[in-house]
Design a protein around this ligand. Structure first.
Ligand code: ZN
Length: 197
């Protein structure tokens, strides 16, 4: 038997499913919501509903977008001959915050991880191979982890066969760290110091 009334318990259980939110935080959030103005709560609920209704992922690069092709892919001022390959859409925002990368992006949607049953077919690789052309540069900006490095190696072989100049971010990024949380200066340096594979 739970200590809380049914409705409170339901909300706590739902909140606890969010990444990074444990049961204690879920309880705190539920109490906060209970004490909040109902207008605020309705605004929160409709924002959650609308994000799924209005936003999907760009069919070209995989970033969040309100249109089929995102604002980065359609930007004529960006260099289509350089593609930065990242694991997840949120990594793009880390690079965009640095304001120093003027190429385009491609989201893999994960990394190769045989132990978790994630193989090449589970990543957005075919769409990457279709986008690239001989003479282009592809920067492999996976996270500095064993899975990230394995994925890099796997993709670089195929890209080289396609005549692409493959580079990767400079070393010096702490192993096991996440690009999403890296400070801007470190990211700019990693990008500027990128090396051929
Ligand atoms: Zn796009």
């Amino acid at each position: 038997m739970s200590l809380y009334p049914k409705s409170a318990n339901l909300l706590i259980e739902r909140l606890a499913k969010l990444p990074g939110v444990g049961r204690a935080t879920a309880q705190r959030l539920a109490f906060f919501i209970l004490k909040s103005d109902q207008k605020e709560n309705i605004a929160l609920a409709s924002a959650i509903k609308e994000i799924k209704e209005n936003i999907s992922f760009c069919s070209e690069c995989g970033i969040m977008s309100e249109s089929e092709i995102c604002h980065i892919c359609t930007d004529q001022n960006r260099d289509s001959n350089i593609i930065c390959v990242v694991e997840e859409p949120q990594d793009i925002y880390s690079f965009e915050k640095t304001n120093s990368f003027k190429g385009k992006y491609h989201v893999l949607g994960g990394v190769l991880s045989p132990l978790d049953g994630i193989g090449p077919d589970d990543l957005n690789l075919d769409s990457l191979y279709k986008r690239v052309m001989r003479g282009m540069e592809v920067i492999l900006a996976t996270n500095p982890s064993v899975e990230g490095d394995t994925t890099c190696l796997y993709i670089s072989k195929k890209l080289e066969e396609l005549g692409v100049d493959v580079t990767k971010l400079a070393r010096g990024l702490p192993v096991g760290s996440d690009l999403e949380y890296m400070d801007e200066l470190t990211l700019v340096r990693a990008m500027e110091g990128r090396t051929s594979i």
